[in-house]
Design a protein around this ligand. Structure first.
Ligand SMILES: Nc1nc2c(c(=O)[nH]1)N[C@H]1C(S)=C(S)[C@@H](COP(=O)(O)O)O[C@H]1N2
Ligand SMILES: [Mo]
Length: 333
């Protein structure tokens, strides 16, 4: 598990009322014979997998953050009916190419990354720009938990309990101007600490971006934790984006730069293979990747062969479909 020095924003166990609720919820989700209760747990359920072999009841209980080291946060209604992915899979099966291209490389090597102290440079079309300490960008007294699906473009998926703040609340602090039509993000780059950057797999540093209205959507989230504790380095410590209706690579990790720009910014995977990875990258079962179908996805952490149907916008159409009215989402993939 993680052992990090206590931060001012980390409370004692007694402070963490929402966490006990969370533990209760986990108990419901993992208890045998509790299938009938799973409807109470999720609220976003277009489908329920309660009777599938990968249901919560069939999975081992997940270990939790140490009782003494957890974050203070409130729970929210952002949840899904599917079982949470066990924490060992969430932090043991990762894409973080700066540490290598194998799924187990980030867990093996990301501890070498210096994540404290951390600052973020804010540039471009905004009233407040400059270098800010992480604690001045993210309000650690306003953390919330959101359980979101994560759908990787490689056709696998997880369900992860993130802790963080809405991206909109962060961006608004900087007072972007009317010229800020897009927001660009950049990942930390340190070639000594990140062994994968010795290879020209991508054009380092990793960069990503969103249209401003996408960034301001209620679902766009800036995470500093998962499963009740600070982010493991391999998941993008100390701060990463989570954009649940888009393929996972839009959810850029270990952010050191935020730039407000008038034009669509370059993005790493689009630079590497534009016909395979577009700027928008909305999850779309109707648009096959040139080398594989996107109709279904492998459910990580459960039954080895468990699959589920991939949903348009990863199941978040009610919240985000309006952003793309009139757009051809095959062409603008
Ligand atoms: N900087 C950076 N961010 C990244 C990646 C990466 O290689 N480097 N991989 C992306 C991909 S492809 C996915 S699927 C998600 C995986 O997030 P997770 O490892 O926390 O599940 O991170 C995304 N963010
Ligand atoms: Mo991914």
């Amino acid at each position: 598990m993680l052992f990090r020095p206590r931060k001012p924003w980390q409370g004692r166990q007694a402070d963490v009322t929402p966490k006990s609720l969370y533990l209760d919820r986990r108990r419901i989700m993992t208890a045998g014979g509790a299938l009938a209760l799973t409807g109470l747990v999720g609220c976003n359920g277009s489908e329920t997998q309660a009777d599938s072999p990968t249901s919560a009841a069939a999975r081992p209980a997940s270990p939790h953050a140490p009782a003494d080291g957890g974050l203070n946060y409130t729970s929210t209604d952002y949840s899904v009916s599917d079982a949470l992915t066990p924490i060992d899979a969430v932090s043991g099966y990762n894409n973080f190419y700066e540490f290598g291209v194998a799924k187990e490389d980030p867990a093996r090597y990301a501890h070498r990354m210096t994540v404290d102290p951390w600052s973020i440079e804010v540039e471009g079309h905004a009233a407040r720009t400059g270098r800010f300490a992480l604690e001045d960008v993210v309000d650690f007294n306003a953390l919330e938990e959101r359980i979101y699906r994560l759908r990787c473009v490689e056709a696998w998926s997880m369900v992860i309990p993130w802790i963080g703040v809405p991206l909109a609340s962060v961006l608004q602090q900087f007072e972007p101007t009317a010229d800020a039509r897009y927001v660009a993000f950049e990942t930390y780059l340190n070639r000594q600490e990140m062994r994968g950057t010795r290879f020209p797999v991508l054009d380092w540093p990793y960069v990503e971006g969103l249209r401003m209205d996408e960034a301001m959507n209620e679902l766009a989230f800036l995470a500093v934790g998962l499963y009740g504790d600070l982010l493991p380095n391999q998941n993008g410590a100390p701060v990463r984006l989570v954009v649940p209706w888009k393929y996972g690579y839009k959810s850029i990790k270990s952010i050191v730069k935020i730039r407000f720009v008038p034009e669509q910014p370059p993005t790493s995977w689009n630079i590497a293979a534009p016909n395979e990875y577009g700027f928008y990258s909305n999850v779309n079962p109707n648009r096959a990747h040139p080398r594989w179908s996107q109709r279904t996805e492998r459910v990580i952490g459960g039954d080895l062969f468990a699959r589920r149907d991939t949903e348009m916008f990863n199941g978040y159409g009610d919240q985000v479909a309006h952003l793309y009215t009139g757009m051809d989402l095959i062409e603008n993939h």
